[in-house]
Design a protein around this ligand. Structure first.
Ligand code: ZN
Length: 310
């Protein structure tokens, strides 16, 4: 089978020109997923045979399956070409792309576009996130309406600043000149944040944070900890600052408020994953990022939040 040269996909036009029939799209998936050795997605048997109808059959477990079985494209009624366009659009737009925009761009209903986007977004999972080291900035942000901008009747008592009654806390750890890991959390107490930091940040790392009390325990663990006192209008002291992660929050907010307008608590982690992916692949070319997403799209897929196939 001929290998596809993904370096040529440096624009939506090049994707549209190449993936112009369903047969070519399926061939591309087959090649990327199996090459010459078709493996049964149910029992793992190798060298399954192709049937006349284009599906495959497994002589061991007697299942028959297609190249989209157990991928985000499983049981889809939408052409693969449209899926690939959606993947390209979401990975190349710096502030994300809304379901309304996708709906217009690839001629599907907004509801279908919403499902497609969520499935594509599910490829951005941080489950295999790297360990961060050297210098890491940790910070928390709160997503939700600023209470001071709300009408008196809509304000919630005790929700100014860091309260989590109406705001959703997100915790992030970013390695200087490296990757970020960011997670939606229930609260920003030390009991919540410490295990996360220990999971993702290597021992002996230098960690910079703001003055939140939850971080005071860091110096008792195997970390070197320094604090920026934002309350005292202190933002940069030599190398000690948290501006890198604040830059990430700013990108995240631009995506949420500029493109999606609001995000539900249920899917918050998916949106965080999307922006984290964008940040961690920021040095990649468009074509490399598309090839990376293509590879992810045929990986094993388990996404139960959005059950209905588009
Ligand atoms: Zn099988």
């Amino acid at each position: 089978m001929k290998k596809i040269d993904f370096t040529k996909f440096d624009s939506l036009l090049s994707v549209a020109e190449y993936f112009n029939t369903d047969t070519i799209c399926k061939q591309a998936l087959e090649e990327a997923r199996w090459g010459d050795d078709v493996v049964c997605p149910y029992c793992g048997k190798h060298h399954c045979t192709k049937m006349k109808n284009g599906r495959f059959c497994c002589t061991k477990c007697k299942c028959n399956f297609s190249v989209t079985t157990k991928t985000i494209f499983a049981n889809t009624k939408i052409s693969l070409k449209k899926w690939f366009f959606a993947m390209y659009l979401i990975s190349s737009h710096k502030k994300g792309v809304s379901s309304h925009q996708i709906s217009r761009d690839i001629k599907v209903t907004q509801k279908t576009a919403w499902f497609m986007l969520h499935k594509v977004r599910s490829l951005f999972t941080q489950s295999d996130a790297d360990v961060l080291f050297e210098i890491v900035e940790c910070d928390e942000m709160y997503l939700g309406g600023a209470e001071k901008n709300k009408h008196d009747s809509k304000r919630t008592e005790g929700t100014q600043g860091r309260s989590t009654k109406t705001k959703k806390p997100i915790f992030g750890m970013i390695q200087r000149k490296g990757n970020i890991v960011a997670l939606a959390v229930n609260d920003t107490k030390a009991e919540t944040l410490m295990p996360i930091i220990k999971q993702f940040v290597a021992e002996n790392t230098v960690i910079y944070t703001d003055e939140l009390n939850s971080y005071t325990r860091l110096s008792k663990e195997n970390f070197t900890h320094a604090v920026v006192h934002h309350n005292e209008n202190e933002f940069v002291v030599g190398d000690i600052y948290t501006n890198t992660i604040e830059g990430f929050w700013s990108h995240f907010k631009k995506m949420v408020f500029g493109t999606y307008h609001s995000v539900s608590k249920k899917y918050l982690q998916r949106y965080i994953d999307e922006e984290v992916y964008r940040w961690n692949t920021r040095k990649m070319s468009e074509s490399y990022r598309f090839s990376d997403m293509f590879a992810k799209s045929i990986g094993s897929y388990e996404y139960e939040d959005v059950l209905n196939a588009a």
